[in-house]
Write a protein that binds this ligand. Structure first.
Ligand code: SF4
Ligand code: SF4
Length: 357
């Protein structure tokens, strides 16, 4: 058993104890449900990472129009949301050829405080990177870098040598201009478990230089199973382990409360990160307003939460290893605000229902 697998087994036992204790005490830790909302500007990606559900999803691969995006932002601001996460469930923000129109809309909207997103950074040109440097409300930009050299990049992403060349060029340009970044920059580096000691490639050299400039490079060796979509069979031949064991579950997942996702086709989904085919759909913005979808009047929403509280998990959640329990005080710390109880959450969604009359 590898070290990370052992650590995970220990965490599972700890979680089992903690979740049951807090459940018995009736103590839930629900993060602020009106702090931030996720909007997927596109569900199209230019890479085909072997560990990702992108290739397997059947959900539409589409781009959200600027008009529809503007409507989503307006509705969300009216409900009290001030922060926006633009990272797709699966997709790459720069596959939206009109992404800067959307970013400028957020910049100019008085009700928007901040926004952030992840990118695989293979697509933005030098001009795009220069434009990013002018954005005032972009709070965080996270670059996802896959592989540790040309060979591993191509093996993991199934992209060609030219795409690797673009990534290296874009990283070098950003590094040369990193002092001009007005936003917090972080790099998520995902590659093999074993990287040859002392390896000198374009990627390792650049990442060392970013570290030297004080940029956090977070190496991750944990590969999730995407609610059972991805298994070790999908990464055969790569030095990558997909976690095949679902998380221990007790109570509803916090994603349902504070991380609602408006998908590129207008579907509103309960999970922003591991439900690639939107099986936790709670509404459709083409048919209903957001305030109605996120209110106690929406039975699809309340039944999803009530079901998980009773231990009834839809298949994607049953198999998921990314679950965050409402009985975990850790889940609630991400917004730095006191968490709320389930009763208080229901008061919030009932208020939204009554305000709609
Ligand atoms: S991991 Fe990201 S970049 Fe890779 S295929 Fe999935 S969505 Fe695209
Ligand atoms: S259990 Fe997994 S799939 Fe279900 S809502 Fe939580 S993170 Fe999403």
């Amino acid at each position: 058993m590898r070290v990370h697998q052992l650590e995970r087994s220990i965490r599972q036992v700890r979680n089992m104890l903690l979740f049951n204790v807090f459940s018995l005490l009736g103590k839930e830790f629900i993060p602020d449900p009106r702090k931030a909302v996720n909007i997927e500007v596109t569900s199209i990606c230019n890479l085909k990472c072997r560990f990702c559900a992108y290739q397997k999803k059947v959900a539409p691969k589409v781009r959200m129009s600027n008009e529809f995006f503007a409507g989503c932002v307006e509705q969300a601001v009216r409900m009290g949301f001030k922060a926006f996460h633009l990272t797709p469930v699966t997709g790459e923000v720069f596959m939206d050829g009109q992404i800067f129109d959307k970013l400028h809309l957020l910049e100019s909207h008085p009700g928007v405080e901040s926004y952030d997103f992840f990118t695989n950074f293979t697509l933005p040109s030098h001009d795009d990177i220069n434009q990013l440097m002018t954005l005032k409300k972009l709070s965080h930009l996270t670059l996802s870098v896959y592989g540790h050299d040309l060979e591993s990049f191509m093996a993991v992403t199934q992209a060609g040598e030219n795409v690797y060349g673009q990534l290296v060029d874009h990283l070098q340009f950003l590094l040369d201009n990193v002092d001009r970044c007005p936003w917090a920059l972080e790099i998520g580096w995902r590659s093999y478990h074993r990287i040859p000691r002392g390896l000198q490639s374009e990627i390792t050299r650049l990442l060392d230089q970013f570290r030297g400039r004080g940029i956090k490079v977070r190496r991750s060796q944990v590969y999730n199973n995407w609610g059972g979509y991805v298994s070790n069979e999908d990464v055969k031949g790569l030095d990558i382990d997909i976690n095949s064991r679902p998380s221990y579950k007790k109570g509803a997942c916090t994603m349902l409360f504070d991380s609602i996702m408006i998908m590129a086709d207008g579907t509103v989904n309960g999970c922003p990160c591991r439900d690639a085919d939107a099986s936790l759909k709670i509404g459709d913005l083409h048919r209903q307003p957001l305030a109605e979808i996120l209110s106690s009047r929406n039975q699809a929403y309340t039944q999803l939460i009530d079901g998980q509280q009773k231990g009834i998990y839809p298949p994607v959640c049953r198999n998921c290893d990314f679950y965050k329990s409402i009985y975990s005080y850790r889940s609630s710390r991400k917004h730095g605000r006191p968490p709320m109880s389930l009763r208080e959450f229901h008061e919030v969604i009932a208020r939204d229902a009554s305000e709609r009359g």
